[in-house]
Design a protein around this ligand. Structure first.
Ligand SMILES: [Zn+2]
Length: 113
């Protein structure tokens, strides 16, 4: 279950940012997750609850935003949106696509006290 490792690295980023800002508590965390990242939001929520127990981010609300994937279409010579791996280009229907984004996970912002 790689969501547990992800939740731990998210917590590290969040705790570090909170410390830098002299915060005593993290109220909420907003994550941007690419639709192509294979991250299961429910599993990530569960893992986040587990790793934040008894720490600075205990009880923090986790908000998950799904960001669109992107691919380079060789037919269109352009970047096109991609919802899923294996999908065709939404413009020309070509499968000659190179995924160029949408598999990332990023801490968008955090709310601290
Ligand atoms: Zn295309």
């Amino acid at each position: 279950m790689h969501e547990m490792a992800l939740a731990e690295s998210v917590l590290e980023i969040v705790a570090e940012a909170a410390r830098r800002n002299g915060a005593t508590q993290v109220r909420s965390v907003r994550l941007a997750i690419g639709r192509l990242s294979h991250v299961e939001p429910d599993a990530l929520r569960f893992a986040f609850d587990v790793v934040t127990r008894n720490g600075i981010a205990q009880g923090a609300r986790l908000e998950i935003l799904a960001t669109d994937g992107a691919a380079w279409c060789m037919q269109c010579s352009d970047t096109v949106p991609l919802a899923r791996f294996g999908d065709a280009c939404p413009r020309c229907g070509s499968y000659q696509l190179q995924v160029s984004g949408g598999d990332e996970l990023r801490v968008q912002d955090i709310e601290i006290v």
